[in-house]
Design a protein around this ligand. Structure first.
Ligand SMILES: Cc1cc2nc3c(=O)[nH]c(=O)nc-3n(C[C@H](O)[C@H](O)[C@H](O)COP(=O)(O)OP(=O)(O)OC[C@H]3O[C@@H](n4cnc5c(N)ncnc54)[C@H](O)[C@@H]3O)c2cc1C
Length: 403
């Protein structure tokens, strides 16, 4: 496999790098304040950054041109992503829309929905959230209880969702509802686009142990959704949800990126801190550092392989689950080693020098192991679909029916 740029990719890389150098002051950086940092309006600033990058053709590069995309290749998007990473540009605030909701609307929405939603989603003009999990259905998503009942004026939705990332900032969401309570649990579901500003939608942020409010509980009290906002057929929502979940796994672990913790930052800290350690500790930490970096490269190149096979028309299979598992393991190890190298400074340092990210990462990576399919569920999928082991559930669902 040749990892060098082709002449076209080298040209794209140079152009991207030049743009990012010239516009560095207008763009938000990964080391900036966290979303709720008092005295900042980080959400609006991140939306402006997403719009600037979209206008420059760096977001949605592989999406269809008729909806604002660039119709480019995954390899081109990977080149741009590498340059964004190198320039320490903050990840897009609209990541749930880009990674999960947008692909679902593209895959199952009507032409009218695509025209209305996709371009604004790519640009960050509208932020989107994913309303799947409920208080008693996370891994067993198909057990969800939020009901949608059809009336003359549309579908009336009643229920509660939870862990809805960024819902407090979103204009739209995709919501999975039970439309036939008598059908088997995977068969009686339907997916809709929901206006988060509609009457009956109440969003309550939840505070996490890292102090942030990244996700919410959402109460849906007789929210009316027009039938034209349905995604896919009535009672076929599970198939639509599988599109979202597969894209979620690809977005989390398939891009070959790092999950909020950066190995280059780890190397910088190691260069400064290792000489201060006693000889035996230094050797151990150096070995650990080597292992983390090798694993992180392996995760990245596995992600590239997945993207190449998608470019050849293949649908991501269980390798998306393996990619997510690996990316989470690398994130854990990077955050853990970074924290240990910095010692007390990892806890005490604030955003002034970006070091708060280590304490934050250590507190956040356990959550990444749950989001988009918990580690145990992904291992079940690999056990059943790759190793051919018996299903962990009875009566037997197909493996794709596990979240
Ligand atoms: C950071 C973060 C962001 C999130 N964002 C969203 C979002 O935007 N929208 C949304 O809808 N949801 C979101 N979620 C929710 C996420 O999808 C769920 O947390 C996840 O599906 C697990 O469900 P649960 O939390 O109910 O845990 P449970 O399903 O109750 O699982 C608890 C534990 O039991 C294990 N377990 C469960 N079933 C099995 C089994 N069959 N075999 C072995 N072990 C099992 C799990 O692996 C886990 O360790 C988010 C979660 C996090 C942490």
């Amino acid at each position: 496999m040749d990892f060098d740029d082709t002449p076209d990719q080298a040209h794209l890389r140079g152009k991207t790098r030049q743009f990012l150098d010239e516009h560095a002051d207008e763009l938000e950086h990964a080391d900036g304040p966290y979303l709720e940092e008092p005295g900042t309006d980080r959400v609006q600033a991140l939306r402006r950054t997403q719009a600037t990058l979209f206008d420059a053709g760096m977001i949605g590069l592989t999406w269809p041109t008729e909806y604002g995309g660039g119709a480019g290749t995954n390899a081109q998007q990977a080149v741009v992503n590498e340059e964004l990473h190198r320039a320490r540009i903050a990840g897009p605030i609209g990541h749930v829309g880009l990674g999960m909701c947008g692909p679902t609307v593209l895959g199952h929405g009507s032409e009218d929905q695509k025209q209305r939603y996709i371009r604004r989603l790519l640009r960050g003009d509208d932020l989107w959230c994913q309303l799947f999990s409920e208080p008693s259905s996370g891994s067993d998503l198909a057990a969800l209880r939020t009901r949608a009942v059809r009336h003359d004026d549309g579908w009336h939705v009643q229920g509660q969702k939870v862990w809805t990332t960024l819902a407090q900032h979103c204009r739209y969401g995709i919501v999975l509802c039970r439309t036939d309570p008598d059908a088997s649990k995977h068969r009686g579901l339907t997916m809709f686009v929901i206006d988060m500003h509609a009457p009956g939608v109440t969003v309550r942020p939840l505070r996490q142990m890292n102090g942030h409010q990244s996700f919410n509980e959402v109460f849906l009290d007789d929210v009316v959704i027009d039938d034209s906002e349905r995604l896919g057929d009535v009672n076929d929502g599970w198939q639509v949800a599988l599109t979202t979940l597969m894209n979620e796994r690809m977005a989390v672990g398939g891009g070959g990126g790092e999950l909020g913790v950066r190995s280059d930052a780890l190397i910088a800290h190691a260069a400064e801190r290792l000489p201060r350690l006693a000889a035996n500790q230094r050797v151990l930490a150096t070995h650990e550092l080597g292992k983390v970096l090798v694993d992180s490269l392996a995760a990245r190149y596995t992600g590239y392989r997945m993207q190449t096979s998608m470019e050849r028309g293949k649908r991501p299979g269980p390798e998306a689950s393996a990619g997510k598992l690996t990316a989470v393991r690398v994130a854990h190890a990077t955050a853990d080693l970074g924290q240990r190298l910095l010692g007390d400074d990892a806890v005490l340092a604030r955003s002034r020098d970006g070091d708060w990210r280590w304490a934050n990462s250590a507190a956040s990576t356990p959550g990444v192991a749950l989001a988009g399919g918990a580690d145990e569920i992904l291992r079940n999928i690999l056990g059943e679909r790759v190793l051919g082991l018996p299903s962990d559930r009875a009566p037997k669902p197909t493996a794709s029916e596990s979240r």
